[in-house]
Design a protein around this ligand. Sequence first.
Ligand code: AMP
Length: 432
Amino acid sequence: MSFEKLGLSAEILRAVADQGYTSPTPVQAQSIPNILEGHDVLAGAQTGTGKTAGFTLPMLNIMQKKHPERGHKKNIRALVLTPTRELAAQVAESVVTYGKYTSIRSTVVFGGVGINPQIQKLRRGIDILVATPGRLLDLANQGEVDLSQIEFFVLDEADRMLDMGFIHDIRRVLKLLPQKRQNLLFSATFSEEIKKLAQGFLKSPTYVEVARNETSHQVTQVVHPVSKAKKRALLSKLISEGEWQQVLVFTKTKHGANRLTKQLESDGIGAAAIHGNKSQTARTKALAGFKAGNIRVLVATDIAARGLDIDQLPHVVNYELPNVSEDYVHRIGRTGRAGNTGEAISLVSADEDKLLHGIERLIKKAIRKVAIAGFEPDPEDIKVAQKEAQAQKQRRSSHQRRRRPNTGNANSANRKPKQNRSRASGNRSRNG
Ligand code: AMP
């Protein structure tokens, strides 16, 4: 399959050729013709699949064809909503890259930086606005953004949006849009909540699905069982002896990311942390340093890393496994992107065995385990983890016994309402 067959204009094809792309990725091959035909699209695709070009190329194509010369008109014609500032900046960059031979103007707005320069750009008139929800609503409330003429509405990484609590903001934005428009929704996963949201605003969408929740075949996965106390030494050894040029390392907490960054620095390995407590300037600086190759290790939490577009990252390390199995899939999607191969390495201590099993259940395969001499799990750690697992089991069964007192009556009024039970078991820890 070639890009020429998809029905894109010469201006767009030229920009694609400049990027050196030779053939469309599966998500592009499926979504581009459908979007060009004017359909709403619901796409299951995670970062790394080429989804940004999947919606940007046809959108630019249609917009350019409809009004090749817009003169003084200032109405915004397309809105792309993203969950994070970093993703917004990256999508906006892609819009400029792919639209460089068109007359389409675009800008990006997000919080954490001054609002006035954004207002100035908006006042000059733009066609495509890329935005995070909070800042967009601020600007709309101030009368600086008019969404009443929107022709395209794109919700990127919709699952992340909901995870981050943006559902109400999304609904507020939807109220500002005109009835007649083309909608595109991209999401890596499809919970009931996403389906409900999608049903609410997509009109007879075409479904595009690319390997949902399956880890990329381009990515080699390995687990190194390791003593908790030796994780950091093992990471430094892997980086130095493997002569890794660059690696993205995931930790569970912001504090953990800071601590690991300092420790790597003291091992003589250039590192920077990126997480929710860092200022926007610090995050942008860390990302730019990493992209420029000046920083060897970028240590990130899940939320901060969301949507980061870093080309051809050969290694991703899970310094700690995520609490939510789906995040593992997102994390390792950072390597082996768009045709490149990559390696995802997880350093797993005995207390993380349960998380590892959860991940293996989700991806439907066992990950290869390779112990490294001198770093094997501490027998003491294993005993403690087994004891803790046993204690958890006991706590669960005694909890269940308490919920079902010995009355023999299954409908006993003492039973906890269903809602409470599911809330207790669905507890997710988020630390970005
Ligand atoms: P995305 O999933 O949109 O974040 O894109 C992931 C990466 O793939 C980006 O670095 C893009 O520049 C790159 N990419 C997108 N489309 C293609 C393509 N057709 N061929 C090669 N690389 C691509």
